[in-house]
Design a protein around this ligand. Structure first.
Ligand code: C5P
Length: 401
């Protein structure tokens, strides 16, 4: 569950902070990527050096970088957005109160207010502090914001008193993170089939007909679908993109016909199919056995039509929700709708080449989601990862009706 998850661990100043060394170790062992921010007082209980070593990342305390003579600062927005999950453990009464009231006077709180991901918090304090109505109120308020409480346990407290207030044990925290994430996976049990990247159509043993598709959008869609808990089959043409997610099976192909064969064999099991591949519409009629020699001034290549993968699949549709992509340069919406109808799709994601930052190669995209009822939902220019989440959100609205 936690494999390749990006976890931002916020440590505040309570004695339970010493347990975060074990916690960090467990998270790393579970395959998570861990970055740590801590309050200044947390540093009195546990050494940033220990945590940096265990997490394999620098640990940050202040907005301004601690190194002498630097003008660099720790970007809380970037850290908050980086995270797939934020965990505040231990969460002291002081930090809980600031989180609940909107006080932002340190880096950890800055990250908390910037985070868009699920936030878990594990309170730790003495029993009377834990019971105090002010603390109860903070906790309830945070739960009301959608943050997830990992309740304190009962037992011996650092003060010598017995009662509720001990931070949950690291193993228990990890278990609750996994459980909490699982509950937030709305597509658990679904199967998503995605095509991505270009196709390469061989001309001779060394040459091919291809295009500049990077595959990034398709790979981000695969990540976003897996984040939602779906099993993903990603059929991709040649690309430098990599994906390592336990829910994603990546099948690498070269030609359109190979892509169709691979996609077809996973189509029956799919609930959602997204065609993000830039499939070559034509292929050379024959593939020469030997490298074509340079001889005449002109060379003619005869091309034949490739199968339209998404259209073929849509023709064999049983229950699948099928989404294509359209890259248009003029009359975008009308052309996208016409393509949707021609290919018998449920929706089409429109990229306009007129929008700067959209389309091939880059890390950003500006898309509109067009459905078969001609409803058009335009989005801002965003990272391809965020655009992928938007697209899946639109699909989700329509398949869970
Ligand atoms: O017709 P056009 O290539 O513009 O359509 C784009 C959409 O159709 C994309 O979803 C693309 O993945 C899909 N497509 C396909 N097989 C083809 C050509 C396009 O699946 N041969």
């Amino acid at each position: 569950m936690l494999a390749s998850k990006r976890i931002l661990l916020g440590i505040t100043g309570g004695i339970a902070a010493y347990k975060t060394t074990f916690l960090t170790r467990l998270l790393i062992k579970a395959g998570a990527e861990v970055r740590i921010v801590m309050t200044e007082s947390a540093g009195d209980f546990v050494s940033p050096l220990t945590l940096a070593t265990l997490s394999r990342n620098p640990v940050h305390t202040a907005f301004i970088r601690e190194e002498e003579g630097t003008t660099d600062w720790n970007n809380h927005v970037e850290l908050g957005l980086w995270a797939d999950l934020m965990l505040i453990a231990p969460a002291t009464a002081n930090t809980l109160s600031k989180m609940a009231s909107g006080t932002c006077d340190n880096l950890l709180l800055g990250c908390y207010f910037s985070a868009k991901c699920p936030v878990f918090f594990a309170p730790a304090m003495d029993l009377d502090m834990y019971r105090h109505p002010a603390t109860r109120e903070s906790i309830e308020k945070l739960q009301g914001f959608g943050n997830i409480l990992i309740p304190a346990a009962s037992g011996e407290l650092a003060s010598g008193l017995e009662g509720e207030g001990r931070m949950a044990e690291p193993e228990e925290i990890v278990r609750q993170l996994e459980q909490g994430l699982l509950a937030r996976m709305p597509w658990k049990g679904k199967h998503v089939l995605i095509t991505a990247g270009p196709t390469y159509e061989p001309i001779d043993p060394v040459r091919f007909l291809g295009n500049h598709s990077s595959g990034k959008m398709g790979f981000e869609l695969a990540r976003a679908a897996a984040e939602r808990g779906a099993k993903v089959t990603l059929v991709t043409g040649p690309t430098g993109e990599e994906i390592a997610h336990p829910l994603v099976i990546c099948i690498r192909v070269r030609t359109a016909r190979e892509m169709l064969d691979a996609a077809r064999s996973h189509f029956g099991a799919a609930d959602v199919v997204i065609g993000a591949a830039a499939v070559s519409d034509y292929r050379p009629a024959e593939i020469r056995d030997q490298k074509i020699k340079k001889a005449a001034e002109e060379l003619e290549l005869k091309l034949v039509r490739n199968p339209d993968i998404i259209r073929t699949l849509a023709g064999e549709r049983e229950h699948q929700y099928i989404v294509g992509f359209a890259l248009e340069t003029e009359n975008e919406a009308a052309n996208a709708l016409e393509k949707l109808r021609r290919k018998n799709l449920d929706a089409i994601v429109l990229n306009s080449l007129r929008d700067s930052g959209a389309g091939f190669g880059g890390d950003t995209n500006k898309v509109s989601f067009v459905d078969k009822n001609s409803q058009i939902t335009p989005f801002e220019l965003k990272s391809k990862a965020e655009a992928a989440r938007d697209i899946l959100h639109e699909i989700d609205k329509r398949i869970s009706k």
